[in-house]
Design a binder for this molecule. Sequence first.
Ligand code: DQA
Length: 149
Amino acid sequence: MTNILVIHGPNLNLLGTREPEVYGADTLDSINQQLNQMAQQSGVNLQTFQSNNEGEIISCIQRAGSDQVDFVIINPAAYTHTSVAIRDAFLATRLPFIEVHLSNVYAREEFRMNSYLSDLAVGVIGGFGKTSYLLALEAAVIHCKQSAK
Ligand code: DQA
């Protein structure tokens, strides 16, 4: 069965109360529940992981590279704009991934327009709130089915 890993970066544990006008009112738990439900309906295994710590995210990507993970969906949050180390972890493991953002980073501060990951990603989805994650899961399932052919 296809194994998909969802990684949520720093401060996303605060969803629901963190700047709801930017990130929406849904909690991370409720987003994960909806992703799990969609994964079940699509017949894929889903794991979720959140950390506020760059090193833990890197270790999670490294483990995924040696485990049976087929595809990663990641919202790197602020590390999108700073982390050469997360970029290197994807280069090292060669795991295919989608970069997700709740907000439209291109409609915000200039520093958010740079991503250390976008050019390595299979695709980037942002600006749709929690729907960005659901669209990413749909795209990941299609991508995995096509790659299995
Ligand atoms: C974010 C956008 C980032 O710029 C920000 O640092 C986040 C969340 C988003 O989902 O819109 O923490 O990745």
